[in-house]
Design a protein around this ligand. Structure first.
Ligand SMILES: Cc1ncc(C[n+]2csc(CCOP(=O)(O)OP(=O)(O)O)c2C)c(N)n1
Length: 657
């Protein structure tokens, strides 16, 4: 292997050696512990250390770095105390996730390291968000993100590269091409000569670097990030390297030809560099012994400390209280000035006022800038707030949701507009796995609101009519809001934006231009988790949300029925108290939802009522919902699909029970 010292000082050359040595020695220890059954799983980075160590050394300590499962060298180079790493792997309290997530699945703001989730791909979009935050803060920082060549096949990576290129984001995309993704050889993973070639297609600069040569990694990356800080842009690097051990220790390397292991074994980044430093007279036997002793002592001392720590203790209350970040809700009361406006105007108005309240709040979405969004909710926003804060995005829901999370990591709030709620399916993974689980996993909040124009009755067919709130109410860590009236929509949107947790904000398209109300003109908030009792009666309780509330009100207008009508307004948190009070009062409950029946909100609310109010009930709780089919396009078919047409019959049956 050829090494070129460039202008590096002896101190730097030796530091790089010591930084390479440390993860190697930790790993060797871990492999022993694994054989002794003292740790459960290990993803080896042996043979690849020069990449993590070189890149981390080239970055400043406060520049974010997003490693993967083979990048122990990132953590050690950032000098995380080893007992914290060891206790993390043992699931103990001094680790980074309170025993809630394993191995390298954690982040730490203290060390500016944002760890992976198992799904690999979302790391790229997060890096985009962090880099966007850096650009907006004008702090001249870059951010580096890692993946293996296997991870490059995921759609998330392509979306994120594209966004980074379109937005000129200073992200260093580091691909460690180590020959295998689990057992799949690179030849079955992609079909271009070099992965670096792909960057061309995104209009992005790329380089190929020998990932086993620490000096090449360090010097080239250092000069690249220096220039990226001055001229912000994404850079894609393919590091050629090899995975010398199994995917994880238990899976072995039987499928890897011995010649490959031999060839790459001869290129070992540590041994070769060691020889080089010795040949240069820089590394003496004496220094080497000192380094090894020092590191071995550090490992053993920290291991002892980690083993001495007791297993983690927690309680149900403690676990439940860590799913959401505490939110100090501040009531802002509406002024007396009101204006009769439509549902859509209330949302637009509320969003605008929140942009004024929060100087750094960003909105991202497709066609939202000059065009004003397909529903025109952000019409005129570009002139008011500028292109930096009102951002058109390419069509890539997954990367944008992940980027919103990255912004949040970098301290910036954002609202993401789904063009239609239906399209959230292509951003599903980062919502339910990144945003939802983040606070519980490592106490990092995801300050993101996702606006969801949803719902049927608009003859738009199966892909522009869904009301898919139940996809999200199922997932702990998300809040879900679903207003039915303009006043609620405006106040709840303000609260959703103030709340530091991820919120899905459902807006029924059918209400946009049909419902008007006298809405306070100034900024105000409404608390989440409080249902609204729209009508009071004695014979029956009708619980609903969104468009279905209006079906209920319309039906009752023409009937002489004494009913409590409860509009839930928010589904997570859910106002169970209001539900139980009303159910106990009337003894008969009907729950109406626009979504198809099975697995919807109505089912859970019905169960809750049966469990909590059984003695008070005069009839089984009735769920009324749409058909168990996709939503048809043609108007009469859609009418037949929607629950509205069955409402009256079901209500009368319940009343006569
Ligand atoms: C979305 C997703 N699919 C599959 C897996 C299972 N899996 C975990 S790591 C891995 C191989 C990754 O290969 P590569 O990106 O090349 O990284 P390497 O392990 O070689 O460092 C696979 C298939 C996963 N974690 N996430």
């Amino acid at each position: 292997m050829k090494y070129s010292k460039e202008k590096l000082s002896d101190a730097v050359l030796l530091k790089l050696y010591k930084d390479l040595l440390k993860p190697r020695m930790i790993e060797e220890k871990m492999l022993i512990l694994l054989r002794q059954g003292k740790i459960s799983k290990w993803f080896s980075g042996i043979g690849q250390e020069a990449i993590a160590v070189g890149v981390t050394n080239a970055l400043q300590a406060d520049e974010y770095i997003l490693p993967m499962h083979r990048n122990l060298g990132v953590f050690t180079t950032r000098e995380i105390p080893l007992y914290r790493l060891f206790t993390q792997w043992q699931g103990k309290a001094s680790g980074f996730t309170k025993g809630r997530d394993r191995s390298f699945h954690f982040g730490t703001q203290e060390y500016h390291i944002i760890g992976m989730i198992s799904h690999l791909g979302p790391q790229f979009g997060i890096a985009d968000g962090i880099a966007l935050g850096n650009l907006l803060k004008k702090n001249k920082q870059v951010c580096a993100v890692f993946t293996g060549e296997g991870g490059t096949s995921e759609g998330d990576m392509h979306e994120a590269l594209n966004v980074a290129s379109v937005w000129d984001l200073p992200v260093l995309f580091c691909v460690e091409n180590n020959g295998y993704g689990l057992s799949t050889p690179a030849s079955e993973q992609y079909n271009c000569k070099d992965l670096a070639d792909r960057a061309l297609g995104y209009g992005m600069e790329s380089h190929i670097i020998d990932g086993n040569n620490i000096l090449e990694v360090y010097t080239q990356v250092e000069s690249l990030v220096k220039s990226m800080r001055v001229k912000p842009r994404p850079v894609f690097i393919e590091f050629k390297t090899f995975r010398m051990r199994g995917h994880e220790e238990a899976s072995g390397t039987k499928y890897v030809p011995q010649e490959l292991l031999d060839t790459w074994g001869a290129k070992d980044p540590l041994e070769n560099y060691q020889e080089f430093l010795k040949s240069e007279g820089l590394l003496t036997e004496k220094i080497e012994v000192v380094y090894k002793k020092e590191i071995a002592h550090e490992i053993n001392e920290n291991l002892d400390k980690s083993y001495a720590e007791e297993q983690i203790q927690s309680s149900v209350t403690n676990e439940l209280s860590d799913v959401y970040q505490d939110f100090d809700y501040k009531e802002v009361n509406p002024t007396s000035t009101k204006e009769k406006i439509r549902f859509i105007d209330a949302i637009s108005n509320g969003l605008k006022q929140s942009m004024q309240q929060h100087d750094d709040l960003l909105i991202m979405g497709q066609d939202i800038a000059e065009y004003g969004g397909v529903f025109k909710i952000t019409d005129g926003f570009l002139d008011l707030f500028g292109k930096e804060r009102v951002r058109n995005t390419p069509i890539c829901e997954s990367a944008i949701v992940a980027a919103a999370y990255g912004l949040s990591i970098n301290g910036i709030k954002s609202v993401v507009e789904m063009q239609f709620a239906d399209f959230v399916s292509t951003g599903f993974n980062p919502i339910v796995n990144l945003l939802a689980k983040s606070f519980y996993r490592w106490n990092q909040n995801a300050d993101v609101v996702i606006r969801m124009p949803c719902g049927g009755g608009v003859a738009a067919g199966p892909f522009h009519s869904q009301t898919n709130e139940a996809w999200f109410t199922k997932t702990p860590g998300l809040k879900v809001v679903y207003p039915a009236f303009p006043t609620d929509a405006k106040g709840l949107l303000a609260t959703a934006i103030n709340d530091p947790n991820p919120v899905l904000f459902f807006e029924h398209k059918g209400l946009y231009r049909t419902i008007r109300q006298e809405v306070p003109t100034d900024y105000y908030t409404i608390p989440m988790g409080k249902a609204s009792l729209l009508q009071e009666g004695t014979d029956v309780t009708i619980i609903s949300y969104g468009m279905a509330v209006h079906w209920v009100l319309e039906l009752l207008e023409h009937k002489n029925i004494s009913a409590d009508v409860l509009d839930l307004r928010s589904l997570q948190p859910l106002d169970t108290e209001a539900i139980y009070i009303s159910a106990q009062k009337t003894g008969k409950v009907m729950i109406v939802q626009e979504d198809s029946l099975f697995g919807g909100l109505a089912s859970d609310i019905s169960s809750l009522i049966h469990e909590q109010c059984f003695e008070y009930l005069d009839a089984p709780v009735k769920r009324v919902a749409s058909l168990e089919t996709p939503i048809p396009f043609e108007a009469t078919l859609e009418k037949q699909y929607l629950a509205k047409s069955r409402l009256e019959k079901e209500l009368l049956t319940l009343l006569n029970y």
